[in-house]
Design a protein around this ligand. Structure first.
Ligand code: FEO
Length: 395
């Protein structure tokens, strides 16, 4: 079902509720996600993106109900080829074959790679190219490579001054009323940061350059309509400013401890380390997470906010716990910058855990301090003295 967002522009996406909560007349939220597609109806009718394949039938039926005839669609803008936005194309183009698709050269590769060569009517665009859509309005295309795929682009609608920003500036968050000013602000910013950290942080240097380029284009942006989450209409540039801040090796006065444990020895160390940080630096926020029990994306968001992290695992079979090994691989992929790290863990026999953790943390780009806590069996007073030395060093 369409929802008007401005003049002749409507949201025609899909709210993927896992749990929906209503807060009086103010807002409804869901801990799901949303795939935002948009319909522009000027002299030409333009569809901006589609939704994920499992929702394609409902999406296409909704479009038919709204337009009466899918043949009214003059063109489809494909800002990005990932399947959560392109997943309805095959079905849709079966109904309206030959409809022009506007996308980047890389999007042709990703679409044909995923869906095969189907003879679709591709029109390749690059930054600065535009498409007249009638009533004095046009669409201007802006390539956004690596934000977050090589095929990504954004599209700006003149007149209404809406930037369809694709994945950039999104959140995995569903708000029934669609707009940022209708959302619970605490949840919105938590989700916006989590999305940035887990999807865009690896590309932060490219993002910084792209934001500068966007600034030079001096587009009179009045609304930012991403492909996930809320539409930014209240001070839309606030999310752009926030991205600039987050992309510049952001950190707060926080230290995060992430660990897994076999028989609670490493867990005891984790909590002792947290208490010691708080004792020696009471204003520093300290957070402790068991890697096996917490959403890895949530922990990474806390790592992003931290100036330092401490990672713990016991030794198991000459290695570290597989949960920690996998988590460290994900940590490396997010390319955090300017953060310190230290390692700790218990062992009973061979004791490789600390060395392996230090190697992994260094490979992930952290400045690893040599002070560590390696504890034979369960932690005792000697180990707690080493905790103090490690915490002093990391602080
Ligand atoms: Fe929302 Fe990169 O897809």
């Amino acid at each position: 079902m369409r929802k008007q967002i401005k003049n002749n522009v409507s949201w025609v996406g899909y709210l993927d509720w896992e749990l929906q909560t209503f807060h009086g007349d103010e807002y409804s939220i869901g801990n799901g996600s949303s795939q935002n597609a948009y319909l522009i109806e000027e002299e030409k009718t333009i569809l901006v993106d589609t939704v994920w394949a499992p929702h394609r039938n409902e999406f296409i039926e909704n479009l038919k109900a709204e337009l009466g005839d899918l043949g009214k669609i003059d063109a489809i803008i494909v800002n990005h080829g990932e399947i959560d936005h392109s997943g309805s194309l095959t079905e849709l183009l079966r109904e309206i074959p030959g409809t022009p698709l506007y996308c980047t050269a890389n999007a042709v590769k990703s679409l044909e790679g995923q869906f095969g060569k189907q003879g679709w009517n591709f029109n390749v665009v690059k930054t600065g190219d535009s498409l007249e859509i009638g009533n004095g309005k046009k669409l201007i295309f802006i390539e956004m490579p690596m934000l977050h795929w090589p095929d990504s682009m954004a599209t700006f609608l003149t007149g209404d001054n809406i930037l369809f920003s694709m994945d950039a500036f999104g959140q995995h968050f569903a708000v029934g009323e669609l707009f940022n000013d209708k959302a619970d602000q605490c949840l919105l910013w938590k989700e916006a940061m989590k999305y940035f950290v887990n999807i865009l942080n690896p590309f932060a240097p490219m993002l910084t350059r792209k934001l500068a380029e966007l600034d030079k284009l001096a587009l009179p942006i009045e609304m930012i309509a991403p492909s996930h989450g809320v539409i930014w209409r209240d001070d839309p540039m606030q999310i752009v400013r926030k991205y600039a801040e987050w992309a510049a090796a952001y950190q707060e006065d926080q230290i995060t401890i992430a660990y897994d444990t076999m028989w609670q020895g490493t867990e005891k160390l984790a909590h002792r380390i947290a208490s010691e940080i708080h004792r020696l630096s009471p204003t520093t926020v300290v957070k402790v997470f068991n890697i096996s029990r917490t959403d890895k994306n949530d922990i990474m968001t806390e790592v992003f906010k931290s100036k330092a992290i401490l990672v713990g695992s016991p030794t198991e079979c000459n290695g570290i716990l597989s949960s920690v090994e996998g988590w460290l691989g994900f940590l490396k992929s997010l390319k955090f910058k300017g953060k310190k790290a230290a390692a700790f863990g218990c062992y009973g026999w061979s004791g490789e855990c600390v060395k392996i953790l230090q190697e992994r943390l260094a490979a992930a780009g952290f400045q690893v301090i040599p002070e560590a806590v390696k504890c034979l069996w369960n932690p005792g007073e000697e180990d707690y003295a080493a905790v103090t030395a490690m915490v002093e060093a990391i602080l």
